[in-house]
Design a protein around this ligand. Structure first.
Ligand SMILES: [Mg+2]
Length: 278
């Protein structure tokens, strides 16, 4: 059983130096994208990675004892384009797509899912899209229905239309729905999520000769990241972006700028390690 707690300590306000946390040589850094590396914006297409975080991630990924993975709910091709780094692993569609140097694409869903999701999208467009401000993000294997720009007076109508469209699929047991930050995430009903993908990657690295002690770190800001926090319980360091949220993470960071500070601390610890040895 995993305990969720309301108050996490801000990682940057720890009394001890960050370097003792990063003492282990192999750092496996997993980061969500929206709300973690990029600010939450009014339209999902406008999200861009903070340039300083991008530069730090590039340098961290170049350290021989670190690897970086971006674990997002976006389609793999989309998050890859938005991050734009070559030497990192990309996990898209909440764990359903995975790609990186030396890692072959693995599909975790049954064939036919894309056809099902085309039908769901058709139904959503017919009903929900009529509400002003709704955008439907088609990610092939999953769909996101964004309603950040829906006016207050239309919110009830939106929720009614959404429930009506989704009800038959939920009754069939073929989909699951998560509520994120002003977004509904519609996914195939498979027992696979960001947490499963993170554990899959850790196993992959152990199998492929990574014998040194590893420190997995996961940073994310939303409900779907909780699956990774739970998967890494007692195995690594979990940090929720946004303090005061109920979360399974041990620590928090206030915002995406603090994520940048954290990345700088990781990089500094690696530079110190290579100078003096650990
Ligand atoms: Mg996020």
């Amino acid at each position: 059983m995993c305990s969720f707690r309301k108050k996490q300590k801000n990682f940057l306000e720890r009394r001890d130096s960050s370097s003792c946390i990063f003492r282990e040589r192999n750092i496996m850094l997993f980061l969500d994208f929206d709300g973690t590396l990029a600010a939450i914006v009014d339209h999902y297409k406008k999200a861009t990675i903070l340039q300083e975080s991008k530069m730090l991630l590039k340098k961290i990924a170049e350290c021989p004892e670190c690897f970086v993975a971006i674990v997002s709910g976006r389609a793999l091709s989309d998050v890859k384009k938005r991050v734009g780094l070559k030497n990192v692993i990309y996990v898209g569609n909440h764990g359903l797509e995975l790609e990186g140097p030396g890692i072959r694409y693995t599909s975790f869903v049954k064939t036919g899912v894309k056809v099902l999701f085309r039908k769901i999208k058709f139904d959503l467009v017919k009903r929900v899209k009529k509400v002003k401000g709704v955008s439907i993000e088609d990610k092939g294997l999953t769909l996101s229905v964004h309603y950040r720009r829906v006016g207050r007076k239309d919110l009830i109508l939106f929720e009614q239309m959404f429930s009506k469209s989704m009800w038959p699929y939920l009754m069939d047991g073929c989909i699951s729905i998560n509520k994120g930050k002003k977004v509904f995430e519609i996914k195939p009903a498979v027992k696979w999520n960001k947490g499963s993908a993170v554990l899959w990657l850790l196993k992959h690295f152990r199998k492929n000769g990574c014998s040194r002690k590893m420190l997995p770190i996961f940073i994310g800001d939303d409900v779907t990241d909780e699956t990774a926090f739970i998967a890494l319980k007692n195995k690594g360091l979990c940090i929720r972006v946004g303090c005061g949220e109920t979360s399974a993470a041990q620590y928090c960071l206030r915002n995406i700028n603090q994520v940048t500070h954290f990345l700088r601390a990781v990089l500094d610890s690696q530079k110190a390690a290579s100078l003096y040895g650990k």
